[in-house]
Ligand binder design. Structure first.
Ligand SMILES: *[C@@H]1O[C@H](CO)[C@@H](O)[C@H](O)[C@H]1NC(C)=O
Ligand SMILES: *[C@@H]1O[C@H](CO)[C@@H](O)[C@H](O)[C@H]1NC(C)=O
Ligand SMILES: *[C@@H]1O[C@H](CO)[C@@H](O)[C@H](O)[C@H]1NC(C)=O
Ligand SMILES: *[C@@H]1O[C@H](CO)[C@@H](O)[C@H](O)[C@H]1NC(C)=O
Ligand SMILES: *[C@@H]1O[C@H](CO)[C@@H](O)[C@H](O)[C@H]1NC(C)=O
Length: 751
């Protein structure tokens, strides 16, 4: 096939993955009946069944009793989209607004509102993360065997070699899932389940045409694929984080309706019953109260069933408070770079050279200097962005054209605009918000994306030169960036809006220029792979790592696994200096959370901060939710008046998020010993600016495995003048023994 055709497909895809036009208010309408909209309805459980769980027929009858009574009762049954059994006491149903209103007025109905649509938010990553065959978490007895990862995504291209099952054991006996692909061995011991939860007119198997789900599934648990590359770059053996884990795909998105809330809840509902161990969701709705957030609701049921849930933090950075998936029972994953670049440089007539990246690297491009022009030199914003059609009156023929990144459309289309008007190459310059983050994209012409700072220098040279010239020099795959990991511009930042007393994101992991399985070849290579970026990519890395930990420590709870990942995270980059952000300034705690995942260390954390599902009840009461709202999450009656609510920061979380006013705050934390039976730990504090801290006791000796010890921390404000002009501060509290360091990060927001 022609490269340009692939590239256009790719342009659309990258547009979808990158642009993330979150559209929480667009309701998926029924195509046959425009009055009917899918509603998510939460109901109370019938009084008679207190305590006992309902049999499915009773549940079915109870849910059906809420359906509107009309003359055409046969149609009514078809209106039921899903009956939930695990994630909610409730169902999804197609209703007219009048019917919905009538339903809302019933005493047993907790809420009924139209469903929303959610947006979608690796050859080298294992070795970058220190995962080597035969060592540590990737030793002979592990690689995630016996663990099932449920990926809730756009579907899967099941024929990719990443999903071969050579050498894979059968799934564990508890697995009860289904495969909706018909045809011999499409599902196998690697891809053990595949379902399409979207209710469409024609029932279709869970194939996909985005390849987002194919990519994320392969990142979490793809098998070893030798000699993987894209355009020959990033070549090596590709593998997911847990190459021996099983994959179950639950399709909840298509290009017609997006990712629907009813399907996401259904996927989580079914996955829990199927017996998955880990759920991976690279999608989200933005910040919402947890009782109104379908992923938070489904994830709560998941952790009640011992299922670990990893979610993308969203791609709305670098502004503060731009997170999705903030619930404390979810691992919220931000994105950072790896130490590999698909490198190229812009070389100017004055000899200056500026490093950048591109995935399309023609080897016949001349290094002779060509005339250089800035498309925005005329002051027209749309020309500066090389918006389609905006260069037609400009003289760019035969030139290297500078275009600004951004504008809400794919950079590939900018290259197309340059090409269409006779330009021969493109230098893409970052806006300040993107800083030093660069992306290896399959441009349609010789191109390179350079940093904001480089862009200013290049434009300055154009301004000051009578006849500016430039060319692009392609450098291929370059490994060894000592600044990696660096937090990428788009990675969403805290503080959490839904629960400011919990630090989010929790962790960062590889999410920039990640090579993994794809459904069509972008470069005529077999196997088909692609290099893409997003927190959509970092989330499944952590899902796979959670599977490795679950395989190594089957008795650890979801909260214990999360604690192990967070308290052992790296705060330094490969060069040994604090992790930087897209501006190459030290990344703050709202960008990194606990830091960058270190899988091998996470397997041996020494101590964990554990949380039982019921521990969240006093926390939810402390958030100020009503009994009714908490009931949506717990699916049982809760009376906050009879429970001692706790402040958010008192949850036994492996980090602290403090809102500091003028009075001292006092919290406790409970440590569980999962390391050597006998160990003595001493506290080591990095006290945040303008604060005093005292920890009691400051030394703890454990004498048994699984022994629990509680300590207290007091945060003491100092005079306001000590804060200077800072609005927040950060620090850490680390329990240190001869062999372990258990670090919890501390964020402080000054009120
Ligand atoms: C690996 O791929 C490269 C480029 O695609 C090719 O030249 C080489 O022969 C392949 N090697 C093997 C062992 O298949
Ligand atoms: C900028 O250029 C576009 C496309 O050539 C044109 O439609 C638009 O009117 C211009 N805007 C201004 C402010 O000149
Ligand atoms: C280039 O010159 C224009 C007009 O003189 C000015 O507005 C712009 O700031 C200059 N840009 C740089 C990067 O120096
Ligand atoms: C592999 O690692 C796991 C957990 O890290 C450990 O329990 C096990 O003993 C190791 N096995 C071998 C063969 O080293
Ligand atoms: C904050 O204070 C420092 C030193 O006192 C100063 O350099 C800096 O410009 C100030 N920043 C703001 C945003 O006022």
């Amino acid at each position: 096939m022609e490269k340009s055709k692939y590239v256009m497909e790719l342009a659309l895809l990258l547009g979808l993955i990158f642009m993330l036009s979150i559209n929480p208010t667009s309701y998926a309408e029924d195509h046959n009946n425009n009055n009917l909209v899918t509603y998510i309805v939460h109901v109370k459980k019938p009084e008679s069944t207190k305590g006992a769980s309902l049999q499915s027929e009773e549940l079915h009858n109870w849910y059906h009793s809420f359906l509107p009574q009309t003359q055409t009762n046969s149609n009514i049954k078809d209106r039921m989209v899903f009956s939930y059994r695990n994630v909610a006491s409730g169902f999804a149903v197609k209703l007219t607004p009048q019917e919905a209103k009538a339903l809302q007025d019933k005493e047993e109905v907790v809420s009924a509102r139209p469903e929303r649509t959610l947006s979608l938010h690796t050859t080298h990553t294992p070795s970058f993360l220190g995962l080597r065959q035969g060592f540590g978490l990737w030793n002979s007895s592990n690689l995630g065997s016996g663990v099932i990862i449920g990926v809730i995504d756009t579907g899967i291209f099941p024929f990719h070699p990443s999903f071969n099952d050579e050498g894979m054991a059968s799934p564990p006996a508890k697995w009860k899932g289904h495969c909706e692909f018909t045809g011999e061995r499409i599902c196998n011991n690697k891809l053990v389940g595949a379902r399409n939860l979207l209710k469409t007119a024609i029932e279709e198997p869970p194939f996909e045409n985005f390849f987002h789900g194919t990519h994320t599934a392969a990142e979490a648990a793809g098998g070893f694929v030798e000699n993987a590359s894209v355009f020959g770059f990033a070549q090596g053996t590709a593998a997911g984080m847990a190459p021996q884990a099983h994959i179950a795909m639950y399709k909840v998105c298509n290009d017609e309706v997006g990712c629907t809330e009813s399907a996401i809840l259904a996927a989580m509902d079914i996955a829990i019953e199927d017996g998955v161990d880990v759920l991976s969701l690279s999608l989200g709705l933005g910040s919402l109260p947890f009782f109104d957030d379908p992923i938070a609701i489904g994830a709560f049921a998941a952790i009640q069933n011992g299922v670990f849930v990893s979610c993308s933090a969203a791609n709305s950075g670098p502004s503060y408070s731009t997170l999705s998936n903030e619930a404390p029972w979810i691992l919220t994953v931000g994105a950072s770079t790896i130490d590999r670049k698909i490198a190229a440089s812009a070389v100017l007539g004055n000899g200056a050279e500026f490093d950048g990246e591109t995935l399309f690297q023609p080897n016949d491009f001349s290094t002779n200097l060509l005339p250089l022009a800035y498309a925005g030199a005329n002051g027209n914003l749309s020309s500066a962005l090389c918006f389609p059609g905006s260069l037609k009156n400009l003289d760019v023929k035969g030139k290297v054209v500078v275009c600004d990144l951004g504008g809400g459309f794919s950079s590939i289309l900018k290259g197309q605009e340059v090409l269409d008007n006779g330009g021969v190459a493109m230098i893409l310059t970052n806006p300040q918000s993107v800083g030093f983050s660069t992306f290896a994209i399959a441009h349609v012409l010789p191109a390179v994306e350079v940093s904001y700072v480089s862009g200013l220098a290049i434009k300055g040279y154009i301004n000051s030169s009578y006849a500016p010239t430039a060319t692009i020099v392609f450098k291929g795959t370059v490994i060894g960036d000592s600044l990696a990991p660096t937090v990428v511009s788009f990675s969403s930042r805290g503080p959490s809006q839904a629960s400011p007393g919990i630090l989010k994101p929790d962790i960062i992991g590889p999410g920039v220029n990640i090579l993994a399985a794809w459904g069509v070849s972008v470069d005529n290579k077999i196997p088909a792979n692609n290099i893409v970026s997003g927190t959509s990519m970092s989330c499944p890395h952590l899902s796979g790592i959670a599977a490795l930990l679950k395989s190594a420590h089957p008795d650890w709870s979801p909260a214990a696994i999360k604690s192990a990942i967070m308290t052992t995270a790296n705060t330094l980059n490969l060069g040994g200096t604090p992790i930087l952000d897209q501006s190459h300034l030290p990344a703050d705690i709202f960008a990194t959370g606990a830091g960058h995942v270190n899988p091998n260390k996470a397997s041996d954390p020494g101590l964990v901060y554990d949380i039982e599902p019921n521990d969240y009840i006093p926390y939810l009461c402390g958030l100020g939710y009503t009994d009714r709202e908490i009931g949506v999450l717990l699916q049982e009656r809760v009376r906050c008046s009879s429970i001692e609510a706790i402040p958010q920061a008192q949850l036994n979380y492996p980090s602290f998020s403090i809102l500091m006013g003028s009075t001292s705050q006092y919290y406790t934390r409970t440590l569980t010993n999962v390391g050597p039976a006998v160990a003595t730990y001493t506290v080591n504090l990095e006290v945040p600016l303008a604060l005093g801290m005292s920890v009691n006791p400051s030394q703890i000796t454990f004498t048994e495995v699984n022994q629990k010890v509680t300590y207290s921390v007091e945060f003491i404000p100092q005079i306001k003048e000590n804060r200077g002009n800072h609005t927040f501060a950060q620090g850490s509290l680390t329990w240190v023994s001869d062999t372990h360091a258990v670090r919890t990060p501390i964020s402080v927001i000054f009120k």
